[in-house]
Design a protein around this ligand. Structure first.
Ligand code: GLP
Length: 238
């Protein structure tokens, strides 16, 4: 596990964006795993700035041949709902770069049978050849995606109930309606199959979680500790 301390959130965002852009420059057909939440917003902003600049040059492509898989999505929320992670991704990244919408994947939380949707999502990842590089945020309790403490390390994409604290944290995104009670998330096993992982953690609220991760105490009580079992993880801290 490589640890890199950045001076502040801005520097962390720039560093993360550089890693993403370098990966798709080296392999324009990269398959990326992408997070939502507050932490990666700066990274997406930097990526958009950079890709927007090369976008006007017809010989340069940024995301044209890139495939993306998001980590999670709420259950019961259609992708056109502004509170959905699909809307987040459109606004923060997809609408601003030359990505092919057909190559962007987010679990369909509004699927008739969410269990079937989870299996379909796993198959889509396999059919794409697996994920080359996944970016992760870090929950205060160590969650990654929506894999809360207690999640087995070999878990796959599945439906999970949201904890009360997660629901209240997300309530502002659902001003007019009920806050979702469940989500579809890649499992920890799914995440660990990504060939490379970059974890982003920033802010005073994350310092305890960062310290716990650094302690290398590998336990399902702290989901992010599973990353110690992966050979290519880069942690960016600010
Ligand atoms: C949510 C998301 C996670 C995210 C985490 C931290 O629960 N499902 O994928 O990493 O919260 O979010 P933030 O970056 O806003 O602190």
């Amino acid at each position: 596990m490589i640890w890199e301390q950045l001076e502040n959130y801005d520097a962390l965002s720039g560093r993360a964006a550089k890693i993403l852009l370098e990966a798709i420059r080296v392999n324009p057909r990269s398959v990326l795993g992408l997070p939502t939440g507050r932490t990666p917003i700066g990274m997406y902003k930097r990526v958009v700035e950079d890709c927007g600049a090369v976008h006007v040059m017809p010989t340069h492509h940024c995301f044209r041949d890139v495939t993306t898989f998001n980590l999670d999505e709420y259950v019961g929320i259609p992708h056109d709902h502004e509170g959905s992670y699909a809307a987040y991704m459109r606004h923060k990244l997809f609408e601003h770069v030359d990505v092919d919408p057909a190559r962007t994947h987010i679990p369909d939380g509004n699927a008739l049978d969410p269990g079937v949707e989870c299996d379909r999502y796993e198959k889509e990842i396999r059919d794409a050849g697996g994920i080359d590089l996944t970016f992760l945020g870090l929950g205060r309790n160590g969650h990654i995606g929506f894999n809360e403490p207690g999640t087995p390390f070999d878990s796959r994409t599945r439906v999970v109930a949201l904890t009360e604290s997660t629901r209240s944290a997300n309530a502002p995104h659902f001003p007019d309606g009920p806050v979702p009670t469940a989500a579809i998330t890649m499992g920890i096993g799914t995440i660990l199959e990504s060939r490379r992982i970059v974890l982003l953690a920033s802010g005073s609220g994350k310092q305890d979680a960062i310290a716990r991760l650094r302690s290398r105490d590998i336990s399902t009580a702290f989901p992010a500790s599973a990353l110690w079992m992966h050979e290519n993880v880069h942690v960016l801290v600010a």
